[in-house]
Design a protein around this ligand. Structure first.
Ligand code: TRP
Length: 445
């Protein structure tokens, strides 16, 4: 009965796919702004510290659960302990919900690529953006195309689809972002942006409370950016060869992710400051502020196309990882074909996303707890499902499965020596769950 489980064709392929999942909209529109507004250099130091102390151990934990069980996130947790299947289910649910807004933004990105291919510049970016995203039909057509492309990649399977695309898109993204960063840094007045990004402004920090706030935003950003706690790494890890070096990958993924986040800051902030614009977070920054920058810049149209193509690469390699989490469950558990699983899941995602898209227009007035559908979904995932999922993942690995089992898995049965064993254990059992609890409580205050 057992079909042979698919595998990555090489460790490089896995690394590109996992880093592709990590590198996404979070790196490009959130990181530069959050860093800039949270003390720049101070934020960066916290970010890197949290990455080392918490991010890497949880990455290791998730990958080893996946590789040890060779199962999708729900069944992997169930195999560890039947009563803990719900931890995988939280990740499954969160992936589904994240997908439904991620794809809407993915569709917008496609629209902007095509706009810049067809026209020289966008004259009134704010009106253009508001007009576009509040209309009922066009964004949904682009959304459909984005979901269809994602499904097509996932239908082609692990090595032929996800891995092959990631091996092309991630390196290209890297080259594009370097070109754009160099171009931005050469603009007159660019140094203000670099300063905003890197030089701490101590006048904005008043006491220990602010330090705590910076710390918490760095923690949240590490989780989102590394796709932690949601079963993504369990799923991707389940296609890993028994001899793959988990620890080494758990270092390479955050290194790549952080490099791209910093490059995104260097690509965006100097340009925004050079033209005396305000860096805002979220959709406003890339869809409304940057078009003004591109309109004033030499080779602006070319840079704009390059930029939106790179955002597309970043978004779709994250979207395929989210779709794979959902599809893998149906493939393993319900024994359906990969095509049926990917198509069925995409259809369900498209239907949810349809309503998210309309919440920028005709459904804008439909509010639950004062939030429209888009805000509701982002709040549900960022503030509730992700911290709970991450917390439970630590408990599951630290106490139910047990650190010795995890250490055995990452050593590939003695093939690799693991350093920092005590550190990893202390983090997963105590430090990470305590800190996650802390963000959770604070985010409600
Ligand atoms: N890490 C991606 C980003 O930075 C988003 C993402 C992909 C994600 N898969 C995830 C976030 C799973 C949380 C959970 O944009």
């Amino acid at each position: 009965m057992a079909k042979k489980r698919e595998q990555w064709s090489s460790n490089f392929g896995f690394l590109m796919a996992a880093a592709g999942s990590a590198v996404g909209l979070g790196n490009i529109w959130k990181f530069p702004y959050v860093a800039g507004h949270n003390g720049g250099a101070i934020f960066l130091i916290f970010y890197i510290l949290i990455l080392l102390v918490i991010g890497i151990p949880i990455l290791i934990a998730e990958m080893s659960v996946g590789r040890a069980t060779h199962l999708n996130s729900i069944d992997a947790c169930k195999k560890i302990s039947p009563r803990w299947a719900f931890v995988g289910a939280i990740g499954f649910l969160a992936s589904f919900v994240i997908m439904s807004y991620y794809c809407v933004i993915g569709g917008w990105v496609l629209k902007y690529i095509v706009t810049y291919i067809l026209t020289d510049k966008i004259n009134d970016p704010t009106a253009f953006f508001n007009n576009f995203c509040s209309s009922s039909i066009e964004p949904i057509v682009w959304l459909f195309i984005f979901v269809a492309l994602t499904a097509l990649i996932v239908m082609n399977g692990i090595s032929n689809g996800i891995e092959r695309i990631s091996k092309i898109f991630l390196p290209l993204l890297f080259v594009f972002i370097i070109i754009i960063a160099i171009n931005s840094l050469l603009l007159p007045g660019a140094s203000k942006g670099v300063k905003f990004f890197f030089v701490p402004d101590f006048s904005e920090i008043n006491g220990i409370g602010d330090i705590g706030k910076i710390f918490l935003s760095a923690l949240g950003q590490v989780f989102f950016s590394l796709s932690l706690g949601m079963g993504t790494l369990i799923t991707y890890g389940s296609y890993l060869d028994k001899n793959a070096n988990i620890t080494k990958n758990a270092v390479s993924i955050p290194v790549l992710d952080t490099m791209i986040a910093i490059l995104a800051g260097l690509a965006i902030l100097p340009a925004v400051f050079a033209y005396n614009l305000e860096p805002g977070a979220g959709p406003g920054l890339i869809f409304q502020v940057l078009p003004t920058v591109f309109a004033n810049m030499r080779f602006g149209r070319f840079i704009a196309i390059l930029f939106f193509v790179l955002v597309f690469f970043a978004a779709i390699t994250s979207a395929i990882s989210l779709l794979e989490v959902v599809s893998a469950y149906f493939i393993d558990h319900k024994n359906v074909s990969r095509n049926t699983a990917a198509l069925g899941s995409s259809l369900a995602i498209f239907i949810m996303a349809f309503f998210v898209s309309l919440s920028f227009g005709v459904l804008g007035g439909f509010k639950v707890l004062g939030m429209n559908i888009f805000e509701l979904f982002t709040t549900l995932t960022d503030k509730i499902l992700m911290p709970i999922g991450g917390f439970l993942m630590c408990i599951l690995v630290g106490y139910i499965w047990g650190i010795p089992n995890m250490l055995k898995e990452i050593s590939s049965n003695g093939l690799y020596k693991t350093k920092f064993k005590t550190g990893i254990s202390v983090t997963i059992r105590y430090i990470a769950p305590a800190l996650i609890l802390l963000i959770f409580v604070f985010s409600f205050m």
